[in-house]
Design a binder for this molecule. Structure first.
Ligand code: FAD
Length: 470
């Protein structure tokens, strides 16, 4: 009898325990994607990018003689309907770890089991499920380094190959279409500008991983901080939709380590564990998604006005601070931003502009095609100082000295800023094709003056920090 494979953030065929178990059950496998509230509430860029991923997977399934069924509605109701239409006796899915997903999935599992349907969830989105990593006293990790030490020598099972064939039902249930869903409808920017910067789907992800391991592992530790270089893996967009599994990444890194990849390989494995740490925190302290992880920060006098003119120009990449503006434009055009740049723009917003990290977190959530619920929340709270294992608030990144260090010849800034340059780069000009007309920006305008002098912004933040009542 058929198994429904309920796909969410596991849009791949290889190393997919839920899929392999469905094949092993023996009957037809019916892959389904449900557009429920968790999809409708996505930011503009992640929703658009998810649509690209779904189109890619649908094509791959079709090439295998299978099909991806698209349905919208509340997940429980959709699954019940599909079960009655297909006679499925099992539903499989890969586990997620944020509180809304856990609440939904727990209810569904209970309800399906009560109706006699096998409801089975599987690991796949992380390397180490949050409850499998414990401190010596049985608690969870609030600090990254001991968690890294606890997991680095663990045996991670080898990734499994994709099944060569999926058993199909005699007739397929009806499906909606991605076109009907218009996943890109909220992208106010020109999606065509953003499209060439996406590396969509399982094959593209695996090719890039192979390329990265072959070319970029040895210098990774040093070069990973230089935003002008193509020196990091770019796996974040693939990992977030599950186009590649963390196990595939981990084993590729381990092989590089075994083959003499040294510091570069180890450092990359450590980055993968930062992602694990983010999920560990979201599972054990779900409040990290909504409020200050250290609640004494609730009393801090953040600006919470999203429409404040300083916030508006921060979003638009017009603060007059070239490293910050370059990074904000990079995100708007490509849907991604270099990690060093993420830290700098987040520090600038929360410290020089004393604006609440939630405002920045929400803007990233709307703009990033690699948006990840856990990494984004952790990244913002870490930079703002309110989060776990955070940089102390008084350690304020100076965007000017950061630029001297990490973009010494100005390549990154020139790549993204057109104003004031006689021959602006193509990428810098593409920003003006991407922004909404309502922003009324032009590359021939002169470059903005600084909205805040760095020393003034820094002193204001430090004074507020010192005067804090917590
Ligand atoms: P690589 O350097 O090749 O690293 C490999 C993988 O390790 C990444 O793909 C990612 O999955 C993981 N990783 C690396 N650094 C981190 C980190 N600091 N935290 C968690 N995981 C990490 N990452 C996201 O995937 N989505 C987000 O929405 C996101 N928002 C962020 C917001 C802020 C304010 C900050 C400071 C960081 C954020 N990050 C986010 C983390 C990091 O910037 C990206 O994962 C990284 O830039 C992705 O590039 P890469 O794939 O080339 O990374």
């Amino acid at each position: 009898s058929p198994t429904i494979l309920w796909l969410r953030r596991d849009l791949r065929l290889a190393d997919h325990p839920a899929l392999l178990a469905a094949v092993k059950r023996g009957g037809p496998v019916i892959p389904v994607f449900i557009r429920d509230h968790s999809v409708d509430s996505l930011g503009a860029a992640p929703k658009w990018r998810l649509g690209l991923s779904l189109a890619d997977l649908a094509k791959r399934l079709e090439d295998m003689g299978s099909q991806l069924i698209f349905r919208s509605g509340e997940a429980m109701a959709v699954l019940e309907q599909l079960i009655s239409e297909t006679g499925a006796t099992a539903v499989h899915w890969s586990r997620l770890y944020d509180p809304d997903a856990i609440a939904r999935d727990t209810l569904i599992k209970g309800a399906l089991k009560q109706c006699g349907v096998e409801a089975e969830s599987f690991a796949g989105h992380v390397l180490f499920e949050p409850w499998t990593v414990e401190t010596k006293t049985g608690g969870f990790y609030r600090v990254y380094s001991p968690m890294w030490r606890a997991v680095r020598d663990r045996t991670v099972p080898e990734p499994q190959a994709a099944p060569s064939k999926l058993p199909t039902p005699e007739s397929w249930p009806e499906t909606e279409t991605l076109d009907q869903w218009a996943m890109g409808a909220a992208m106010k920017r020109g999606a065509p500008v953003c499209l060439p910067h996406q590396r969509v789907g399982e094959e593209a992800a695996r090719d890039r991983l192979d390329w990265f391991i072959a070319n970029s592992i040895p210098p990774y530790k040093d070069d990973r901080n230089m935003p002008a270089l193509d020196a990091t893996s770019g796996m974040s967009e693939n990992l977030t939709y599950g186009e590649i599994s963390p196990r595939q990444c981990w084993h590729a890194g381990q092989r590089a380590l075994d083959e003499g990849g040294g510091r570069g390989a180890e450092h990359w494995l450590k980055e993968l564990v930062w992602r694990e740490f983010a999920y560990h925190l979201v599972y054990h302290t779900p409040e990290i998604l909504a409020g200050n992880w250290k609640s004494d920060w609730d009393a801090f006098p953040w600006n919470e006005d999203e429409d404040h003119p300083e916030v508006v120009v921060w979003k638009q990449g017009r603060t007059g601070e070239p490293f910050v503006d370059a990074a904000m434009r990079e995100m708007y055009v490509t849907g991604k931003m270099h990690n060093r740049a993420r830290m700098i723009v987040a520090s600038y917003l929360t410290k020089h502009l004393m604006t609440h990290w939630k405002i920045g977190m929400r803007w990233f959530e709307d703009c990033l095609t690699d948006w990840d619920i856990a990494a984004n929340a952790m990244g913002w709270q870490w930079t703002a100082g309110s989060g776990p294992d955070a940089a102390p608030y008084f350690r304020i990144f100076n965007p000017e000295t950061q630029a001297e260090k990490f973009d010494p010849d100005g390549t990154y800034r020139r790549r993204w800023i057109a104003e004031g340059h006689e021959n602006p780069t193509k990428t810098a000009l593409s920003y003006f094709d991407a922004v909404p007309v309502s922003w009324r920006l032009s590359p021939s305008a002169s470059y903005s003056d600084r909205i805040v002098e760095l020393s003034e912004g820094r002193n204001r933040a430090l004074q507020a920090y010192e005067a804090r009542t917590f």
